[in-house]
Design a protein around this ligand. Sequence first.
Ligand code: 13P
Ligand code: SF4
Length: 308
Amino acid sequence: MEKQDIIEQIKSLKTQKNAVILAHYYTDPDIQDLADYIGDSLGLARQAAETTADIIVFCGVHFMAETAAITSPEKKVLIPAQACGCSLAESITAADIRKWKDANPDGLVVSYVNTTAEVKAETDYCCTSSNAIKVIEHLGKDQKIFFTPDKNLGAYLNKETGSNMELWDGDCCVHEFISSKLVLDMHQQYPEADILIHPESSCSSDDAILNHPSTFFYATSGIIKHAKESNKKQFIIATEKGTLHQLQKENPDKEFILVDPKVICSSMKKVTLKGLYEALLYEQYRVVIDPEISKKARLSISRMLEIG
Ligand code: 13P
Ligand code: SF4
């Protein structure tokens, strides 16, 4: 089938089956252009919880589709590609969390949303990069916290909130690549540019970067908002390449420079037009969570959604 025919088929199947297409900003431009809603982790979790559609086709990685299945247990949640893993979600198990809780009965576990349903079920509070500061501040500086699984985001949060959270040693294999040197070298080439950095990046707790007058730290939706509202004309983007699509679409008069062409999440790119078409046609691949796990995991997600 030609590309345009696949697109028409996707649109028609979507209406026929009362389905909604949710896509993360890191997916391919073709997928983003077909989505009913494009968002970052927090925005997508909210949309999944609120939609009235019967089917959610989740164009993103597996933990995100799981989150949708947890918040909308009555809906059919489909993911168009299998084996869409995430190095963060794969770095920690529910047993790891239980071990820490047994040794720290007075502590709380805050897990980034980039975790499996089983880990969320053992977690007290979830957070995303959009609301992590709010969640940590809500718990207070004196609370003993185990932050999992992203050590880079955790170190950034410790600096921003003055907390002293214990950190799990996980990282995003994509943002880990974004070092202070990479950012500063690029800024030498574009000294007028604002530098918009995702806090999963390995440079995000380096004081030289944190205190640099041109750096700003945001989740993906914050990066997009900053670029839109700023009077600047040039921006260095220190996050995944897919974000450039919306940035360029919304700001045709501005220039966006990816900090390095290799900042690509291969899992997100597994979602293709053909895969999306087949997901709608065959109603595959359904994401099913054990009801007991789902019930426990929902609690940590809803605590996060209530905070902000
Ligand atoms: P956000 O969507 O919260 O910006 O996180 C980025 C990410 O890496 C998602 O996997
Ligand atoms: Fe996971 Fe990193 Fe890919 Fe996000 S960009 S899905 S954190 S591997």
